[in-house]
Design a protein around this ligand. Sequence first.
Ligand code: HEM
Length: 445
Amino acid sequence: MVQRREAPRWNGTRWYRPPRAFLDDQLGFPLRKMQELGEIFWFDFYLRRIFVITDLEAIRHILQVNHRNYHKSPAYGQLKLALGNGLVTSEGDFWRRQRRIIQPVFHKRNLRGLYALMQEETENYCRRLDGRRGQALDMAQEMMAVTANIALRTLFSTQNPTDQAEMYRIMSEAQEWIMYRTTHPLFIPLAWLAPRHRRFLRDMRKMDDLVYGMIEARRRADDYPDDLLSMLLHARDADTGEAMTDRQIRDEVLTLFAAGHETSATAMSWTLWLLSRHPEVAQRLEAELDEVLGGRLPEWDDLPRLKWTQQVLQESMRLYPPAYAIGRQALVADELCGYHVPPRSIMFISIYALHRHPRYYARPDRFDPEHFAEAAVRERPRLSYIPFGAGPRMCVGNHFAMIEMTLLLAALWQRFRFEPVPDHPVEPNPLVTLKPKYGIRMVVR
Ligand code: HEM
């Protein structure tokens, strides 16, 4: 009989105490302890265990081989309040059906159709930025605004600035409220009494009116614009031929907006900051953009030729992965690389620590896009770089994101320079995504 082995344990906490060292430092703690305890270790988390994982075999097991035993961690329950039962928050057969319907929407052919909308929004943004040269701006906030506009434009092709601003406001405030609830679990039973909760419910009703209004108008219209909403309305389950209900479309629209814009904005902000500190990388970027584009906005067919631009983005997401960890919980007991996993254990796959593992990157803390040269990528195991996750729940918008960011970076870097404001602290803050804690203040030239 196989003996049940326990994985190495971090003894720094007890079941009745919050694991402060981990909760206060969700980036550095896994990185340090991985070196001390190994690539799979666990500690007490009230009546559960948290396993911290950077081992590739374990990652493959949780996200691919036995993914049916690992549902998303409890924090996702709170997200349902705003996003309903969309791709990010659903599980099991319901999720499988939704994924089957939505995956083809993100096929390259469809993304090509959306590209013109991305270009227009990028151009609009560059025009606005042009009028603000010489000013110190928080580029993290700027990137949030531009990726939100791209997301709303590709979803609805709407150019109604009032609707766009209102949707952006509602989603940002909703996210703050949900984050507050997730980090204050003892407060949740009383949360419905808080005025802020009533405001949240009012806002979500307003959002529903806007989205359902657009769905209804679209169903009545004779011709459909080329945007994600049209694609979702037309999408059918390949197995059953069924379409989505209005409620499902509403949930998926909000999910795509929420999942799609902050992640890309975060990656863009770190990229601008890293480039400002590495002139040799920036010069090579400038040379590539000159050679391939000669001052114009990239067209669809230019994208594969912007190799260095894409390596820069990949390297930036290695050091500052917007989704810095993937959380799962075990439904039933399991065996993970020979170690026992009790039911309800939480699996914390630290993408941040994995991406800085000295086994895969000789100088892990150095910003060097050569890490993504073809030969270097071939030499590394595939799962050693997973900014978009892995397995059946891998990011459905990964190509969308790479296209959007390549376009944005190429457009911005051809026309502007960004100088960091001296003495402004820049520090990653692991919230929903890995945002810069104090923003990234830069003077636009
Ligand atoms: C740099 C940008 C992005 C990053 C780093 C990123 C990262 C991720 C990661 C790591 C996951 C897997 C989470 C897990 O397994 O728990 C994920 C899932 C997802 N992402 Fe992205 N994402 C990005 C952009 C986008 C965009 C642009 C969209 C949509 C337009 C999008 C839509 C989604 C959806 C719907 C899921 C859930 C998929 C499922 O569970 O079936 N993401 N993303």
